[in-house]
Design a protein around this ligand. Structure first.
Ligand code: SF4
Length: 205
């Protein structure tokens, strides 16, 4: 299926964006595919710019292992059937004082939001699959604990489109949340919800 022309145009605009002085280019995004499933990550890491696609390094390896275990679809199939977005599309740089990558700031998320809004308006997805706490704040306005949202399906209006929302923890190697209880059990429950959701089944054919 040919990609939606408006999405191709929006991604061209996205690639030329230099609005964030602290963001490290290049802008990273997935292919302009029409999908009922909208995956919302946090921000690319240091390697994704070189690789030219989101979730291209260790966190991505874990994420695709989770999704393959749940759905049976391998990485390339998922990349070709699920739309990949993020609350920030440029690498934010390393956090001061160590401890991994800097979380994108509120200003950066605010500047980048118009691209998400455009994508949601064009795609009108049925399911938003969001990764980590920053994306949870963005979609659900939830700034509490992951245990309160992971393992549930929530209904939300996201940029004016009614969607089901399923949260996953961030698959970063720096996080132990998904490797210890109750995170392990909640992650397994969330992945069952992803695999059985009608939008994911539709996307994967
Ligand atoms: S993070 Fe988003 S708004 Fe900021 S420069 Fe990159 S693409 Fe533009």
């Amino acid at each position: 299926m040919a990609p939606p022309r408006r999405l191709v145009t929006l991604q061209a605009e996205l690639r030329s964006c230099t609005a964030c002085p602290e963001g490290v280019g290049p802008v990273v995004h997935g292919p302009p595919i029409k999908s009922p499933v909208f995956l919302l990550g946090q921000a690319p890491g240091v390697h994704e710019g070189d690789k030219g696609r989101p979730f291209a390094w260790t966190a991505g390896k874990t994420l695709f292992q989770w999704l393959e275990r749940a759905t049976g679809a391998d990485e390339e199939t998922i990349r070709g059937r699920v739309y990949f977005s993020a609350v920030a599309r440029c690498f934010p740089g390393k956090a001061k004082g160590g401890g991994g990558d800097r979380r994108p700031s509120s200003d950066e998320i605010e500047r980048c939001r118009r691209f998400i809004e455009g994508e949601i308006g064009i795609l009108r997805p049925k399911l938003v699959l969001h990764i980590g706490t920053r994306a949870s704040e963005e979609v659900l306005g939830h700034d509490g604990k992951l245990v309160d949202v992971i393992g549930t399906v929530q209904r939300a209006s996201y940029h004016g489109v009614k969607v089901d929302v399923i949260a996953l923890p961030h698959p970063s190697g720096a996080s132990t949340w998904h490797r210890t209880e109750p995170g392990k059990t909640l992650l397994a429950r969330a992945l069952e919800l992803v695999a059985s959701h009608e939008a994911m089944r539709e996307a994967l054919g």
